[in-house]
Design a protein around this ligand. Structure first.
Ligand code: FEO
Ligand code: CA
Ligand code: CA
Length: 671
């Protein structure tokens, strides 16, 4: 999350509150009723179809008919250990600081590893993740792991002096790891010195593609042509592509940059660049160090000091805020920032159900209070042969550099509209177009959220990950919480002071920019009143603050939490739940939402150790090995057995880790 890096400031000061009164909130509740949630809480749901999500029936699909969760929901837990269902085990596979090659020293428990060690070892605070099989194997492949941010206390040794080495260690603990992992007789192992192993840090050179490439906004002393930048920051959720590349998402990056407020541009204010005194890690404070190379620290201060962009780093932050594509199979490749997909606090990036001859779409949420949901639609039509090409970043350019970026407006009748962010799109009141405020598509992308304000997008309760049901094509979005929604709601975000979050979903309407939506489940403590516990959750599935979320290939939806609500944290640490949405259908085949009558279908599969967030997941192709990330644990791991509790009175230097879960009978996970 962001318990440390989440920026609670409301940067969206647009008037986009289309249903902007408590009165209307009450009226809009009827739409929630129509969607089924509240009736469901009363046990009346079964006679109501969903207006929104009736486009497909799982009865058409044999795979989902035979799919059923095969584990018993586990109780909550508050220990320095992970908990998995009976019949499963969990191994600590790839903790922060694990050397990728022989350049790096082994991880040291006193924190004395160097910045160079860190650049050649796993980064910190694992988040989104994907397993890429080698030759289709389920026992040998590459893990791409995001490293969202750092715990400075754990990273540095006691008494470390803040100098250029200190700051480089922090920079090198950010970014992404690509690491080969194999299943051996002794469990899963990291393959040290494998040729695929590499780190992308907050300083690694990357290419810029799409509308902002080669524009004046990207010119810096490092990239005089405006086609390169250095590093990726605050890599939170992830995605992947049908052609075998990894997508890492730059989330709360604006706080890493500072600027004199008097010099801030409109887009810098809108996205939330820090003032000179409010920077997150203040890496710019090492500017002018005797050993500073190519402005490596100076670049984090955007305040203009020279005559133009070639003489200072005023444009440095314009190279951040993107979906970044990485080809894990080609260790010589350069990561590419795909600017066409918008510039904001990207949480994740999921592609829609593929159809040959149709565009590919990617969904991405902007994680901040009152921010928006976006969709990118490729100009190129999907050719399944591209899935097998080995020039993967060229395929990425084909589908991700040219297309239309849309932002979502959720209307009050279970309908919604994708609004194109192009110069000709009218403002919400119809009085002008985006051309009155922006000069080019690049200009729109640079201030994506500012353009979305004008066209009347719907402010949401912190959009996190999106996920696409492989059976139905229905798209799901976690809305983690929003405790600043004190006086206005809208139908898609119907709760005032939404402390527990919800998951919304929608189906695209073929051949139009419309979609049909409803709310799938509301987070809640189990003992809350019916107004709050709208989905009828009980002890064995109560949750709050849904965040990480993905479907596996079979159609199980896995939901991870990043919870700060005492009502649930007093019962359990952060967790991961499972449900098969395509199986929840009424007699007519209409998809149902979670309710008191079917809530046993939502089951708790995993609980993390104290103080952690559970985030990032991926399964091997045979569905038998489940990689899950533990971020910012408090006093864990104690051993390679992830379920072994750190003994009372023992204090360990905490390490974010990838955990791999397997079934003791070597069966498929979850069923
Ligand atoms: Fe990095 Fe939105 O959680
Ligand atoms: Ca979060
Ligand atoms: Ca997250």
């Amino acid at each position: 999350m962001s318990k440390e890096t989440f920026d609670p400031t409301r940067y969206n000061h647009s008037a986009n509150e289309p249903f902007s009164s408590v009165l209307e909130k009450k009226l809009s509740r009827r739409d929630v009723l129509k969607g089924g949630a509240a009736f469901a809480a009363l046990g009346l749901f079964s006679s109501f179809g969903l207006a929104g999500c009736n486009s497909s029936s799982s009865s058409d699909d044999e795979a989902s008919e035979s799919l059923s969760l095969g584990f018993k929901s586990i109780a909550g837990s508050k220990t320095d250990a992970v908990v998995v269902p009976v019949g499963y085990s969990a191994q600590v596979l790839a903790p922060w600081g694990t050397p990728l090659n022989s350049i790096a020293s082994e991880w040291k428990s006193d924190g004395t590893n160097t910045a160079l060690d860190q650049a050649n070892s796993l980064g910190m605070h694992h988040d989104g993740m994907q397993f890429f099989p080698l030759d289709g194997s389920s026992t040998d492949g590459l893990l791409c792991i995001n490293h969202e941010y750092i715990d400075s206390n754990a990273l540095h040794y006691d008494g470390a002096i803040r100098d250029s080495e200190f700051v480089r260690k922090e920079i090198n603990a950010h970014g992404v790891t690509v690491v080969r992992v194999q299943l051996t007789d002794n469990g899963w192992q990291v393959v040290k010195d494998d040729a695929h192993n590499r780190r992308f840090t907050a300083a690694t050179e990357m290419d810029i593609s799409g509308p902002l490439a080669m524009t004046a906004a990207l010119i810096t002393p490092f990239s005089t042509a405006g086609n390169k930048t250095r590093g990726t920051l605050n890599n939170c959720g992830n995605g992947s592509t049908p052609w075998g590349t990894y997508l890492t998402c730059e989330e709360n990056w604006p706080g890493y940059f500072v600027a004199d407020e008097a010099t801030m541009t409109e887009d810098q204010k809108r996205i939330g660049i820090s003032s000179l005194t409010s920077g997150r890690y203040n890496w710019h404070d090492q500017a002018g160090s005797a050993d500073e190379v190519q402005g490596e620290f100076s670049r984090f201060n955007l305040t203009p000091t020279g005559a133009n962009a070639l003489e200072d780093y005023r444009n440095e932050a314009n190279g951040y805020g993107y979906i970044v594509e990485i080809d894990p199979y080609n260790p010589d490749s350069t990561a590419v920032k795909r600017t066409a997909l918008g510039r904001f606090r990207h949480e994740g990036c999921a592609y829609g159900k593929l159809e040959a001859g149709k565009p590919i779409v990617f969904y991405s949420g902007h994680d901040s209070r009152f921010e928006y949901l976006y969709k990118f639609e490729s100009t190129a039509m999907w050719d399944p042969a591209d899935a097998d090409r080995t020039d993967r970043l060229d395929v990425g350019a084909k589908y991700m550099d040219s297309g239309t970026l849309y932002v979502a407006r959720f209307d009050d009748d279970g309908k919604g509209m994708w609004l194109p962010l192009v110069l000709t799109t009218p403002s919400a009141d119809g009085s002008e177009t985006l051309a009155n405020s922006f000069s080019s598509q690049a200009d729109i992308i640079l201030n994506t959220a500012g353009a979305a304000d004008i066209v009347g997008a719907t402010p949401m309760d912190r959009p996190e990950w999106t996920a696409v049901d492989p059976v139905t094509g229905t798209v799901y979005l976690t809305l983690t919480n929003n405790t600043q929604r004190t006086d206005t709601t809208n139908p898609a975000n119907p709760r005032l002071n939404n402390a527990f979050g919800h998951i919304i979903r929608w189906d695209e309407v073929e051949g139009s920019n419309e979609f049909d939506w409803d709310i799938f489940v509301f987070g809640s403590p189990e003992d809350a009143d019916a107004e709050t516990n709208l989905s009828g959750l009980d002890e064995f599935n109560q949750f709050a603050s849904p965040d990480g979320m993905a479907f596996d290939a079979r159609g199980i939806m896995w939901v991870q939490t990043d919870n700060g609500a005492d009502e649930v944290t007093s019962y359990t640490n952060d967790q991961m739940l499972a449900v098969v949405p395509s199986k929840l259908v009424d007699a007519d085949g209409n998809q149902e939402v979670l309710s008191a009558s079917n809530q046993a279908e939502l089951r708790r599969f995993f609980v993390g150790p104290n103080n952690c967030e559970v985030t990032g997941l991926s399964l091997t192709p045979d569905q038998k090995n489940f990689f899950v990330n533990i971020q910012h644990p408090g006093n864990w791991p104690y051993s390679t057995n992830a379920a072994e509790e750190t003994p009372a009175g023992t204090s360990v230097r905490p390490r974010a880790s990838t955990v791999v879960i397997m079934k003791d009978d070597n069966g498929e996970i979850g069923v």
